[in-house]
Design a protein around this ligand. Structure first.
Ligand code: C2E
Ligand code: MG
Ligand code: MG
Ligand code: MG
Length: 287
């Protein structure tokens, strides 16, 4: 009998599954309160116009300063917040905070804000943006909304209505992590996005000599070429080496992002950077 129970238990709780589920639950409970508890922070990563490396904008990246666990990455908690519904409150906080910060920057510097597909299911996001633009006196062209490619693949018509609503506000639209999802070229035509952000997994293959993944390079070059022909801007994500930077510049990419060009930084650091820059951006480290 014991043996039977034992086997049953193994089937129910595979190694660490129970702990994992319990942790997710505790996490989800904490996530419901992060906004009230003031535990969220936005960091800002520079987006540089290529080839001259002038500061064009910043991407707002969310961080959770957990009292026991320290700084937690959005890759760890955003999916849980999406499943629990906490993302709606968190996303509203992100939007307001990012737009408030951007209003302090020079007029030619934009802010890019990540939006979860869950947030796109409710029109609340449109009024959040409209209100923040008015409250902070920010013009809508200075705001870009990043939507992952997978979010565009929704044939309910709801997503296209939301994207049309965002366009009507005058904010710009970017497809994030392009190349990793299942969107088709038809979506690109249908949604009239302003920018394609080419996923880091492709950029990391764009090296030189033995570092080059020829397939990745070919995809990056083709996407940039196609985007240019459609008058869509491109951002290369995750540029870490000068070889990668040279190649994407050679392909005609209009914007660069990555540790070589600038790491995510606090709002205070971004604020002093916009004051001190105005010229060509230095590379973070020689390579
Ligand atoms: P993402 O939107 O693709 O953001 C870029 C991620 O790549 C950031 O990770 C950034 O720190 C990282 N990164 C930038 N340059 C480099 C590089 O050169 N090398 C490497 N290895 N990484 C680089 P982060 O901040 O951990 O964010 C992860 C993801 O979490 C984001 O990917 C985005 O999908 C999501 N996220 C971040 N903030 C928010 C938010 O406010 N709302 C929502 N819904 N999702 C968010
Ligand atoms: Mg993004
Ligand atoms: Mg991205
Ligand atoms: Mg990415």
């Amino acid at each position: 009998k014991a043996k039977k129970e034992g086997r049953g238990r193994v089937a129910l709780y595979k190694d660490g599954m129970f702990e994992e589920a319990a942790e997710r639950l505790a996490f989800a409970e904490d996530l419901a309160m992060v906004v009230e508890r003031g535990q969220l922070e936005l960091h800002y990563q520079p987006l540089l116009a290529l080839p001259d490396r002038r500061l064009a904008g910043f991407e707002a990246l969310l961080r959770w300063r957990h009292p026991d666990k320290g700084m937690i990455s959005p890759a760890e908690f955003v999916p849980i917040a999406e499943a629990s519904g906490a993302i709606e409150k968190i996303g509203a906080w992100v939007m307001r905070e990012a737009l408030r910060e951007a209003a302090r920057w020079p007029e030619d510097v934009y802010v890019s804000v990540n939006v979860s597909p869950v947030q796109l299911r409710s029109p609340a996001i449109l009024s959040q943006i409209r209100r923040a633009l008015a409250d902070f006196g920010l013009s809508p062209e200075r705001v870009e909304i990043e939507i992952t490619e997978t979010a565009m693949v929704d044939n309910s018509g709801q997503i296209s209505a939301m994207l049309a609503g965002l366009r009507a506000l005058g904010v710009r639209l970017a497809i994030d992590d392009f190349g990793t999802g299942y969107s088709s070229l038809a979506h690109l035509r249908e949604f009239k996005v302003d920018r394609i952000k080419i996923d880091r997994s492709f950029i990391s293959g764009v090296g030189e000599g033995p570092d080059e993944d020829r397939g990745a390079s070919a995809v990056v070059r083709a996407v940039i070429g196609m985007a240019r022909d459609m008058s869509i801007d491109t951002t290369a994500e995750g540029i870490e080496t000068s070889g990668q930077l040279e190649r994407v510049v050679g392909f005609g990419c209009s914007t660069g992002q990555g540790y070589l060009l600038g790491r995510p930084m606090t709002a205070a650091a971004a604020g002093s950077l916009v004051k001190s820059s105005g010229g060509v951006f230095p590379l973070m480290r020689a390579s």
